[in-house]
Design a protein around this ligand. Structure first.
Ligand SMILES: Cc1cc2nc3c(=O)[nH]c(=O)nc-3n(C[C@H](O)[C@H](O)[C@H](O)COP(=O)(O)OP(=O)(O)OC[C@H]3O[C@@H](n4cnc5c(N)ncnc54)[C@H](O)[C@@H]3O)c2cc1C
Length: 396
């Protein structure tokens, strides 16, 4: 039994393998991924790659030489189907097994299926992997009619704005009255809705999808207000859910939709760490466990997990955050991700920041074209600054 096995090939998995090596871990490293491709960037799939500003070659996170140079064996197209924590082995179907001294699970998320009749049709584009990104790109290049995007989260808004700015007739359907209200509040949501309309997206808000039907090469969508929409393509962006199947088979403690971990990303089972979208890990700065679905935090957690296996103790202590680009506008958002009671907005249409309060504490910062405010907010969050102190500093 020796070495590190990493399950997954997203940012968390890759960072774990790299940090293990950079922390002088000298055992064999094996990365096993169901994905048929070597590690690639997901964020551009709804942004620059969809719009044709990035090509496939811009997406790869490492070149082939990196795996060789770092003695990392990458096994693609292979699903890990079970873990035996006693014997310290993972199985990959059939009789194939791989032993480990330490295991990092970074299985990420999969798209939430649309819970309506027709929501499982294979021609729907559920946005997650490179194959789905390629379909988005093809649609943008040869639209052959209207695209309907379902869901007004970041992925839905990004994809809709990207299509519309490419000249594709685009409808965004959401059950929210204003996009993003649940996560960011109505004020930010209204601004995002205005951007989408300016980019040419036809917003259909306040009605949920009720049914999808395929007729020949077209789609018929019925909403719960009985509106019918005809489409050439349907893009599903109704959220993601963490892939916990493997964690469950290993008997790892689960809570709040994720794998319970301490701030070093150690799970309830010896020699198994976790990182990325599936982790419900203690964040030292927040003083409580959090589950977040952000690229940068997946990398940070992977680094902590991989370094930890090699004996270098790091802790998850930074305020979580991510960027989203809608059309040509980049939003930067940092928060604990578990809600807010109230917020205040500063700035004007050209540049603005939303400050979120939960109880007496600062709970988050959302900023458009004000990097100073964003950085100040991230720092204050990490210090667990009271909200009043944060607003004082902002207004000073
Ligand atoms: C289109 C898109 C745009 C995004 N844009 C942004 C953005 O702008 N900013 C941001 O912060 N975040 C963004 N995100 C979210 C971000 O990509 C995720 O938070 C991040 O990828 C999570 O990383 P991860 O390593 O935990 O998992 P993932 O990246 O999901 O990787 C998990 C990997 O594990 C593999 N796997 C799963 N189960 C198994 C198994 N049993 N056996 C073997 N392999 C398995 C999967 O095939 C996959 O390759 C975006 C996501 C998408 C889909």
């Amino acid at each position: 039994m020796s070495g590190l096995v990493v399950v997954g090939s997203g940012p968390a998995a890759l960072a774990a393998a790299q940090a293990y090596r950079e922390s002088d871990g000298d055992g064999p490293v094996t990365m096993i991924t169901e994905d048929v491709h070597p590690p690639y960037a997901r964020p551009p799939l709804t942004k620059d790659y969809l719009r044709g500003a990035d090509e496939l070659d811009d997406l790869w996170l490492r070149d082939d030489g990196w795996f060789e140079d770092n003695l990392v064996t990458l096994t693609t197209g292979t699903r890990v189907t079970g873990i035996d924590p006693e014997a310290r082995r993972v199985s990959t179907g059939g009789a194939q097994e791989v032993g480990y001294a330490d295991l990092v699970l970074a299985t990420g998320s999969s798209p939430q299926p649309l819970p309506v009749p027709g929501g499982d049709h294979p021609d729907l584009v559920y946005v997650r992997d490179l194959a789905s990104g390629r379909r988005l790109r093809q649609i943008a290049e040869q639209p052959s009619g209207r695209v309907v995007v379902i869901g007004s989260g970041f992925i839905g808004c990004e994809a809709a704005a990207s299509f519309a700015t490419q000249g594709v007739e685009t409808v965004l359907v959401t059950d929210e009255d204003i996009p993003h209200t649940r996560r960011l509040g109505a004020e930010a949501g209204k601004r995002i809705a205005d951007w989408l309309r300016t980019d040419g997206v036809d917003l259909h808000t306040g009605s949920a999808l009720a049914m999808i039907e395929r007729t020949g090469h077209r789609w018929a969508l019925r909403l719960d207000d009985d509106t019918m929409i005809d489409a050439a393509h349907v893009v599903c962006a109704g959220g993601a859910r963490p892939r916990l199947e493997l964690a469950e088979t290993a008997g790892l403690a689960l809570a709040n939709g994720g794998v319970v971990a301490d701030s070093l990303l150690r799970t309830s089972v010896a020699h198994i760490r976790v990182a990325g979208d599936i982790a419900y890990a203690r964040n030292v700065a927040a003083g409580r466990p959090l589950r977040v679905e952000h690229w940068g935090d997946a990398e940070t957690q992977g680094e902590i997990a991989g370094a930890g296996v090699a004996g270098r103790q790091l802790q998850w202590a930074s305020a979580p955050g991510f960027w989203s680009t809608i059309g040509d506008r980049t939003l930067k958002y940092s928060s604990w991700g578990d809600g807010f009671d109230d917020y205040e907005v500063r700035g004007d249409d050209r540049s603005w920041t939303v400050w979120y309060r939960q109880g007496t504490q600062l709970a988050g910062v959302l900023s458009y074209r004000d990097d100073d405010a964003y950085e100040l907010g991230q720092g204050l969050l990490a210090e667990r600054a009271p909200y009043a102190q944060a607003i004082d500093e902002v207004d000073r």
